[in-house]
Design a protein around this ligand. Structure first.
Ligand SMILES: [Zn+2]
Length: 213
């Protein structure tokens, strides 16, 4: 399966576009500002329709284009209710950030929970809850493809900030150890910012959350 990595927006947040060309369907994981303009030509060239938009969590940089994408493509939006307030009223974050970005709340069509199995682009994804960076951070694990979209829980050689509203480092460390490090070692971890990594590489060398406490 081809995964298009599309960093965009003011802090280069990764949007991930997955296509199933035979069925003419596409899935987007996260919606940073400007990503709609990046996915349009890819969808057109592949003759695919965006069917699903999944948000890893409710931080503004992961959903800045969410409302527009839902309106203009008809994609169904899925997210975890732990971030409901952030997703529906993102302007709350503007006060915290000290700048106005004209953020628009996103209507979520389906609230998801840990253990849910989501079918899209010919694959079945497992939802795991990985709070600590944001209360509603989830990951989407595709066992057949050997990939996990983890949002801002874990980065290559790093972890998500735990000092934002609703964040907590101990919770984050537990999420990483219990929900990410328990995936198969060879699993490719696709984070919300920066380059990809693997479960094995982070278990062996992540300086913030070593494999054992
Ligand atoms: Zn975040």
């Amino acid at each position: 399966m081809k995964i298009h990595v599309l960093p965009s927006g003011p802090i280069q947040t990764n949007g991930y576009l997955l296509l199933e060309e035979e069925a003419g369907e596409a899935l987007l994981v996260d919606a940073p500002g400007g990503v709609l303009d990046l996915i349009r030509p890819v969808l057109e060239a592949a003759k695919c329709r965006l069917r699903e938009l999944w948000l890893t969590h409710g931080h503004w940089d992961h959903m800045q284009d969410g409302a527009r994408i839902r309106r203009e493509t008809g994609a169904a939006v899925r997210a975890h209710a732990g971030d409901r307030q952030l997703i529906e009223t993102p302007e709350l974050m503007e006060g915290f950030m000290g700048q106005r970005l004209g953020l628009e709340g996103v209507t979520v069509d389906h609230w998801i929970e840990a253990g849910d199995r989501l079918r899209a682009v010919g694959r079945e994804f497992e939802v795991r809850h990985v709070p600590g960076h944001a209360p509603g951070n989830v990951l989407f694990y595709d066992p057949a493809g050997g990939v996990a979209f983890v949002g801002d829980a874990l980065f290559r050689g790093g972890v998500g900030r735990a000092d934002l509203p609703g964040g907590d480092f101990e919770t984050l460390a537990r999420s990483i150890r219990e929900q990410i490090y328990t995936l198969p070692d060879e699993t490719i971890v696709l984070p919300g910012h920066g380059p990809r990594t693997t479960v094995a590489a982070e278990k062996a060398g992540n300086p913030f959350v070593p494999a054992t406490a």
